[in-house]
Design a protein around this ligand. Sequence first.
Ligand code: NAI
Ligand code: MG
Length: 332
Amino acid sequence: MHKLVVIPGDGIGREVVPVAVQALEKLLPDLRTVEAEAGWDCFQHGGTAVPDATFQALRECGAGLFGAVSSPASQRVPGYRSAILQLRQTLQLNANLRPVRSWPGVSPRPGVDLIILRENSEGLYSGREHLEADGVAIAERVITRAACEALARRAQEVAKARQARRITLVHKANVLPLTCGLFRDTCREVLEGEGWAAEIDECLVDLAALRLVEQPEAFDLIVTTNLFGDILSDLASHWSGGLGLAPSLNWGNGIALAEPVHGSAPDIAGSGRANPIATLLSAALLLRHHWQQPGLAKRLETAVETFLREEGKADFGFETTQVVGQGILAAL
Ligand code: NAI
Ligand code: MG
């Protein structure tokens, strides 16, 4: 039996997640879902952004589908820490897989097909931030050999499955020789050991940003640290057709949590304009990588492609979630 924890979260998370659950129910007749809470609303009502029951459900089921959560950016809220960061760190979801490819009708450029594999549990997201003095704020960037090794082993697995020709390590070791140096050297050691013989390349993060704009075809599998991966994956999502088409999988320690790259989009929440494709494609990642059902993953991606080939250029306005969702479910 396939078990799935469903965490809609805040904003458009609640609108796009039900579409992907319907698709998974259609593909996996034995699917059993458990709904769980997380996010800003959850914090405001219950005083915690991720209740123990949510952690427990994920540990028991091993698979989850997460929508998006809101985090206040205007001021620090005592006791609040982003729900998705807590889930990634507590459950040791050490890697975040973010594929970017061209889709018919919506992509500004054909032929892009790359993956960003981002470290997901440390780096500048360590949560270690403090005020040292008035006007002096410090954030600590944590890089550990153990997390880099786990990330590189995952990269090896992804490279093998994809028959990747090149793995590009993206860092800033010229300015951060200790942290980025440890990342680069550890990844190289693991990747140059046994396994898939892809070319191991490296690129400083600023140049990687330019190359992703100028020549995205130059990349195959990018492996990078947490914040760099966060920024580069939003940038690269442009080639897919934007954040509404960018999927991800938080992955590690026997648990996989699928999650669209986008946030809770308060500017369009409740309007019906949220595109559910990023979440549908995240569900496909769960099928391919966690449940080991590449055939079903392909079926879902083909349904997305079929829909976009016919309707990709259309603007469905306030009916986007409904029309796109129904169109893809019908093509499944
Ligand atoms: P966002 O990703 O929510 O939205 C950025 C822009 O993209 C907005 O104009 C939005 O309307 C559009 N957009 C996003 N997803 C879309 C979709 N599926 N269909 C159509 N348009 C879409 O990022 P933003 O505005 O910076 O953050 C909003 C909130 O989300 C913040 O509270 C932030 O902390 C949170 N956030 C949460 C994330 C998560 O849960 N993993 C990730 C990023 C942001
Ligand atoms: Mg992001």
